[in-house]
Ligand binder design. Structure first.
Ligand code: F3S
Ligand code: F3S
Length: 105
């Protein structure tokens, strides 16, 4: 699947949400997360992110590979909701993200 990495933290532009045909980009506390099982690899979200936070999993820059697991971990308690719009914002971030200092501009 595709994943969202560190540039999204505290930015949360959400342009990506509009592009996803399967509504699998979910809003957490400090960033958004792509559901690894619901993403159909269409790639539509990747070019629209203004801060280039979205990567195909295997193309994730080395310094952000921890975000591959973070996108998985976000869904530990949620399972597979089958759509982000109806779920809405979830006030949770995996420890990797939660521990970061304030980011963005
Ligand atoms: Fe984040 Fe970029 Fe989407 S900043 S919310 S991944 S458009
Ligand atoms: Fe959606 Fe992006 Fe996957 S648009 S299907 S999250 S590649």
């Amino acid at each position: 699947p595709y994943i969202i990495a560190e540039p999204c933290v505290d930015v949360m532009d959400k342009a990506c949400i509009e592009e996803c045909p399967v509504d699998c980009i979910y809003e957490g506390g400090r960033m958004l997360y792509i559901h690894p099982d619901e993403c159909v690899d269409c790639g539509a979200c990747e070019p629209v992110c203004p801060v280039e936070a979205i990567y195909y999993e295997d193309d994730t820059p080395d310094q952000w590979t921890g975000y591959i697991q973070a996108n998985v971990d976000f869904f530990d308690e949620l399972g597979s909701p089958g759509g982000a719009a109806k779920l809405g914002r979830v006030d949770y971030d995996p420890p990797l993200i939660k521990a970061l200092p304030p980011m963005g501009e």
